[in-house]
Design a protein around this ligand. Structure first.
Ligand SMILES: CC(C)(COP(=O)(O)OP(=O)(O)OC[C@H]1O[C@@H](n2cnc3c(N)ncnc32)[C@H](O)[C@@H]1OP(=O)(O)O)[C@@H](O)C(=O)NCCC(=O)NCCS
Length: 190
């Protein structure tokens, strides 16, 4: 099967109805088991709701990026949030489980990094990954991310259907970071 060549655009509030099922199916539930990074055995919740997603789409401090196949069908997404000092946060990264492990994640991440650098002016990108997702951490490491050693608490209280979501009480995030300028040539303006 030839790899899908993704097209990219910014999400708008009109995308919420198709975006929400994509995110939920990638992170948890039955469909996520078709992928290779399911959180279904770690967290049983809806990940995010309409209002949470809308807030990420309309924030002036970031964007939600979408990846579609050539027919316009949504297959991937992420959020990019501008923090202080050139740092950006990469989150909500999801590829439709039916299309995972076919190179779309790598294709999407590369685009997100160039968008972060060239459009948002970011110089470093961070993300947080549940510590037990060792394959995922290894995947990011192969893409140039390094563990910072910082650990962040798992926000049980903010997760949708939080009561049902607490399948374990030992979850926390590991923070990974990448220098977005490493390996790029900075050319002085004429
Ligand atoms: C993480 C995610 C976005 C990656 O997308 P993807 O399209 O599957 O990624 P790619 O096809 O580009 O890469 C697949 C990689 O998985 C590896 N892989 C596949 N099956 C694996 C397995 N069972 N164990 C470990 N690695 C595996 C492949 O070797 C490949 O890595 P490599 O290219 O470095 O060799 C996607 O899996 C996803 O949506 N996961 C659910 C949501 C999530 O966890 N998001 C990230 C939160 S931080």
């Amino acid at each position: 099967m030839s790899p899908i060549k993704l097209q990219f655009r910014l999400a708008t509030p009109a995308d919420i109805n198709t975006l929400l099922p994509l995110i939920r199916s990638a992170f948890g539930g039955k469909q996520s088991r078709n992928g290779w990074t399911t959180e279904a055995d770690l967290v049983a919740n809806d990940r995010i709701d309409e209002s949470g997603l809308l807030a990420k789409i309309v924030t002036p401090n970031g964007v939600v990026l979408l990846g579609t196949d050539p027919s316009g069908t949504l297959v991937a997404c992420c959020e990019l949030l501008k923090l202080d000092g050139g740092l950006g946060y990469f989150g909500l990264f999801a590829v439709d489980p039916r299309h995972q492990n076919g190179g779309l994640g790598k294709q999407f991440l590369l685009f997100a990094e160039s968008y972060a650098r060239e459009t948002l002016g970011l110089t470093r990108m961070e993300m947080s990954v549940i510590w037990m997702q060792t394959e995922l951490i290894a995947w990011y490491t192969r893409r140039g991310y390094t563990r910072t050693g910082e650990k962040r608490p798992f926000p049980y209280e903010h997760f949708v259907n939080a009561k049902a979501g607490a399948m374990r009480d030992d979850l926390y995030f590991e923070v990974l970071e990448k220098d977005l300028l490493a390996g790029t040539t900075i050319t002085a303006a004429a």
